[in-house]
Design a protein around this ligand. Structure first.
Ligand code: NAP
Length: 309
């Protein structure tokens, strides 16, 4: 019988256990799911620790560590991880991100704030442009970025995307490399950041690149806080170059109460809720990966530690 350890935040155990048990059984796996297996007997670790990294050094016979989160910067920094690590790619997580990004793009595209937050009667008939006249850029064309790009394309937005390696997505103008990023930013009225946090992506939106964007452009950051130079962003908002920033991720989370983002009139803060892994769908991904390794097939969604994502 396979020994599967739930190395997870305490409050996640109860909601996840029934879904994991059902998915393991559905995959035909004879597995004992627990939180207190002795580390050296564990075949697979399901990993989502609270409060930072967990010590994996005792898991000497573990065939794979299966993460429940999409982001990997903290596990990559965990020096006790010597086992293969698979990050989470989950249809529920992707669906949630597509909905968050689409909703916030539409908010800015339609200028909803002008009507929702007005404080006096006003009859100013300025209709918004059509989506086919609005340029949106998605930085990062991985699982989440590509799904968001495709959803926005289906709504007729003019979508450009940027990634590390060359990509081809139907209806999306794809760019890569430094020159590609400058080109994408110089035209984008709404920019969505869905890059991972790595040494290369830190401060992707710095003062120079923010200055390339059209006046009044909007930034959405459901990716990671470190992708943006906070000071440069605030300066660009204060000068009026940027119209708005809707931020879901921050360098320090929870965002400190005295951080200027909270009170800035042109910043919307959402508390890292753009999307999350859903136990119903993600448990099947975990079980499928265990089944694959047991059958001698390669692990899906394995993280390349050297590449950083
Ligand atoms: P992914 O599949 O690994 O995709 C990452 C994308 O970023 C790829 O297109 C990759 O390019 C590109 N990229 C990486 N390094 C780059 C660089 N130096 N220059 C240009 N492009 C680069 O990741 P994902 O599943 O889409 O997730 C993206 C991020 O979303 C996660 O890392 C996490 O930080 C964030 N996230 C946030 C939430 C939330 O609730 N706020 C939830 C889930 C995830 P290639 O295609 O060439 O490899």
């Amino acid at each position: 019988m396979l020994k599967v350890q739930m190395l997870m935040r305490d409050d996640m155990i109860a909601p996840w256990r029934p879904h994991l048990e059902a998915a393991l059984a559905e995959a035909g796996l004879d597995a004992e799911l627990a939180t207190d297996h002795a580390p050296e007997v564990v075949d697979y670790v399901i990993y989502a620790p609270g409060g930072g990294a967990a010590d994996l050094s005792g898991y000497t016979n573990t065939k794979a560590v299966l993460g429940l989160w999409a982001g990997v910067e903290s596990i990559i920094a965990n020096e006790t991880l010597t086992q293969p690590y698979a990050r989470m790619v989950d249809e529920g997580l992707t669906e949630g991100m597509v909905e968050w990004v689409t909703g916030h793009v539409l908010r800015h595209h339609l200028g909803l704030d002008a009507h929702i937050t007005r404080d006096a009667p006003e009859w100013r008939q300025t209709a918004p442009p059509l989506a086919r006249q609005r340029k949106v850029a998605i930085l990062g064309l991985g699982e989440l970025g590509a799904a968001c790009a495709m959803a926005l394309t289906r709504l007729n937005f003019v979508v450009a995307g940027w990634s590390r390696s060359p990509k081809s997505l139907p209806g999306v103008a794809c760019f890569h490399g430094d020159a590609g990023l400058d080109r994408v930013l110089s035209e984008a009225e709404i920019v969505v950041l869905l890059l991972p946090s790595t040494p290369e992506t830190e401060n992707t939106l710095n003062a120079r690149r923010l200055a390339l964007m059209p006046v009044g452009a909007v930034v959405l950051n459901p990716g990671r806080g470190a992708l943006i130079d906070d000071e440069a962003l605030l300066a660009a908002l204060d000068s009026g170059r940027l119209g708005h920033a809707t931020l879901d991720t921050f360098r320090v989370e929870p965002l400190p109460r005295d951080h200027p983002f909270w009170s800035h009139p042109n910043v919307t803060v959402t508390p890292h809720i753009a999307s999350e892994t859903r136990p119903e769908t993600a448990s099947r991904v975990v079980a499928a990966n265990i089944r694959r390794v047991e059958a001698g097939e390669p692990l899906l969604h394995q993280v390349d530690k050297a590449r950083g994502y």
